[in-house]
Design a protein around this ligand. Structure first.
Ligand code: M3P
Ligand code: FE
Length: 277
């Protein structure tokens, strides 16, 4: 990634084709994990009253709502250093891109350095109450369900994929007893070839690969998971399709959970599910 700044406690980065000042902030901490994950909104308007819909739970997601805060575009300070939280950010000041804003070439040297993801793509978080988090994201933040995997009972969700754009997902959630955990953050690559090239670069640099290169059934995305030196899992991902807000969600049943997550192996790797930060 391109480093775009540094201060006493933080380092700022972005993918080579991102226009904001940064999409990733790293800070020194005693443990791995994520402070917050931000979504852009068109205007800095406060969300109004909670209104449950038939598509979500009837009770307000108070705990989740409390965990969401609005912040001005310039303010990146986190109130709680460890909780996994989301924030909504208005468009930041336009920042320099590698290619510029006038008559740009399709790529340049910056887009060839290292794995060189285009941009931040999504995060996958773990927690116990998927229904309430889904209600928050759908009814309050305006996301829509793209895909979900059902548990053995055929009714309850094991995992959900939500989008606030035409990307196959902007955030995903997996049910887990322990709340407030990060499974991975994902960075977007242009093609399957770039995913393979990423695996080569990881091996050249002895980066511990967790899974892949392979393909997800869910989203049809191609993927590698690896760990950074702090122990956070990251994904280099090439998206499989585009989705739309009026899209009928895709359902994966429990008997097909293996190929839903890893289409070629057709089975889940227990360490993949149980290691999170
Ligand atoms: C993805 C994705 C899990 C599934 C992960 C899927 C943790 O990361 O990008 O679709 O079960
Ligand atoms: Fe992912």
């Amino acid at each position: 990634m391109v480093q775009t700044g540094r201060d006493a406690t933080r380092a700022y980065f972005k993918g080579w084709d991102e226009r904001d000042h940064n999409s990733l902030i790293l800070r020194d901490a005693g443990e791995a994990g994520m402070d917050f994950f931000g979504f852009k909104v068109p205007t800095m308007r406060r969300s109004t009253r909670w209104k449950p819909t038939s598509r979500t739970t009837a009770s307000p997601p108070n705990a989740s709502l409390r965990a969401t805060c609005w912040r001005p575009a310039s303010g990146c300070a986190s109130r709680s250093p460890r909780a996994t939280r989301s924030s909504c950010t208005r468009r930041r000041r336009t920042s320099a891109t590698a290619l510029g804003y006038f008559n740009p070439p399709p790529w340049n040297a910056a887009s060839e350095v290292g794995i060189a993801p285009i941009r931040m793509d999504h995060a996958l978080i773990y927690g116990p109450d998927i229904e309430k988090v889904q209600a928050l994201f759908v009814d309050v933040l305006g996301f829509y369900l793209v895909e979900h995997i059902l548990l053995e009972d055929g009714v309850t969700d094991l995992a959900i994929w939500l989008s606030c754009s035409t990307k196959a997902h902007d955030i995903a959630l997996v049910r887990n007893e322990e709340p407030g955990k990060l499974h991975h953050t994902a960075f977007l690559l242009e093609s399957w070839e770039k995913v393979l090239r990423a695996a080569d670069i990881m091996s050249m640099n002895k980066v511990p690969i967790d899974m892949g290169p392979t393909r997800h059934g869910v989203t049809r995305g191609t993927t590698i998971y690896a760990f950074d030196p702090s122990g956070n899992r990251f994904e280099t991902f090439c998206g499989g399709y585009q989705s739309y807000p009026d899209w009928e969600p895709i359902t994966w049943t429990w008997d097909e959970v293996g190929p839903a997550v890893f289409y070629h192996d057709r089975q889940l790797n227990p360490a993949f599910l149980s290691v999170y930060t």
